[in-house]
Ligand binder design. Structure first.
Ligand code: GDP
Length: 298
C-alpha cells in the first residue's frame, strides 16, 4: 500500500540527514521533491499545492529544536500534514437515537460496494449490532445473489425481493426494509444500491430517490482507491447527484500510489470513514488518518 509514495518520501528525507541546519534553499529543494512525490502518487493538484505550501511555511518558521535534527523536523511536519490531509481524527459512524440506524451505500459498479456491504455488516455484528443487509441493487442480474452470499458469510440476514417477482422496485425494497428491521429488531439497516460503470443521471436519480425514501443517517460513498485522483471526479459527481456523509476507500491493498486517499478528503470536505484492503470479509477496518500517515512514512 502506497509503496511508491513511501519510497519517494524516504529518499527525500534521507538527503536531509547530513544537514546541520536547513537554509531556505534546502527547504525549497525539499518541498519541490515532496511536490513531485505527491504528483507521482496521483494526488489532485489543488491538494498538492495546499500541502506543499503548508509544509514550506511550517519548515521555514520552525525553530531548530534540541531534540530533533532538521531532517526529523521535516518528517514531523510532513507527518502532521499527512494526518491533516487524511482527515485528522477518525470519524465514527453516527447511530440514530431511535433504531434502526439507516446506512446507504452508493458508488460506481465495480467499486467494491457489495463486498463492502458484507464487510461492514460483519464488522457491525462483531460490535454487537444486529444489521439487516438490503439488496436495493436490482440493476445487475447477479447483485442480489452476491449480496445474499455476503450476508451468509457475514452471519447476517439479507432482505431482498422474492426471486421470480420480476425486476422489482429498489425504492420500494429499501422502504419496506425499514419496516422489516423494526419488526425483526435489527438496529442497523445497510442498503446496497445500484452502480453503473460510469456516472449516469439515471443511476444518480435512483440513488437520490432511495435516499429520499429512507432518509439515511449515513450515506457512504464507496470508491476504488486504485483509480487514483479520478476518485475525486467521481466523488464530486456523487456529491452533486446524491450527497454523502463519508467515504469508504476500497482496494487499498492494490494501491501503490495513494492519490485517492490523499485527495478525496480535501476536495470533498467529507471524511474517509472506512478502508477495505482485500477480498476477504476481514480485510476491512475503520480509517485512521494517523496510522495511515505513519504507514506512508515508515
Ligand atoms: P460492486 O459492483 O461495487 O458491488 O463491486 P463488488 O463488491 O462486486 O467488487 C468488485 C470486485 O472487486 C470483486 O471481484 C471483489 O472481490 C473485488 N474487491 C472488492 N473490494 C476489494 C478490496 O478491498 N481489495 C481487493 N483486492 N479486491 C476487492
Amino acid at each position: 500500500m502506497f509503496e511508491t509514495l513511501s519510497d519517494r518520501l524516504t529518499s527525500v528525507f534521507s538527503s536531509l540527514r547530513s544537514k546541520g541546519r536547513l537554509s531556505d534553499a534546502d527547504i525549497d529543494a525539499t518541498t519541490r521533491e515532496i511536490r513531485i512525490a505527491l504528483l507521482e502518487a496521483d494526488v489532485a493538484l489543488p491538494v498538492v499545492k495546499a500541502f506543499v505550501a503548508q509544509v514550506k511555511e511550517r519548515a521555514r518558521g520552525s525553530e531548530v529544536s534540541g531534540a530533533l535534527n532538521p531532517a526529523q523536523q521535516v518528517v514531523k511536519i510532513v507527518n502532521e500534514e499527512l494526518i491533516a490531509i487524511l482527515g485528522g481524527e477518525t470519524r465514527r459512524l453516527r447511530f440514530a437515537k431511535t433504531p434502526p440506524t439507516v446506512i446507504m451505500l452508493a458508488g460506481l459498479q465495480g467499486a467494491g460496494k457489495t463486498t463492502l456491504a458484507g464487510k461492514l455488516a460483519r464488522w457491525l455484528r462483531e460490535q454487537g449490532h444486529v444489521p439487516l443487509l438490503v439488496a436495493a441493487d436490482l440493476q445487475r442480474p447477479n447483485a442480489v445473489n452476491q449480496l445474499q452470499v455476503m450476508g451468509e458469510r457475514a452471519g447476517v440476514v439479507t432482505y431482498a425481493p422474492e426471486p421470480g417477482n420480476g425486476v422489482g422496485d429498489p425504492i420500494e425494497v429499501a422502504r419496506q426494509s425499514i419496516e422489516v428491521a423494526r419488526q425483526k429488531q435489527h438496529d442497523v439497516v445497510l442498503i446496497d444500491t445500484a452502480g453503473r460503470l460510469g456516472i449516469d443521471q439515471e443511476m444518480m436519480k435512483q440513488a437520490a430517490d432511495i435516499r429520499d425514501a429512507v432518509s439515511p443517517d449515513e450515506v457512504l460513498f464507496v470508491v476504488d482507491a486504485m483509480i487514483g485522483q479520478d476518485a475525486v471526479t467521481t466523488a464530486q459527481a456523487f456529491m452533486e447527484g446524491v450527497g454523502f456523509d463519508g467515504v469508504v476507500l476500497t482496494k487499498l491493498d492494490g494501491d501503490a500510489r495513494g492519490g485517492a486517499a490523499l485527495s478525496v478528503r480535501h476536495i470533498t470536505g467529507k471524511p474517509i470513514m472506512f478502508a477495505s484492503t482485500g477480498e476477504k470479509l476481514e480485510d476491512f477496518d475503520a480509517f485512521h488518518p494517523d496510522r495511515m500517515a505513519s504507514r506512508i512514512l515508515d
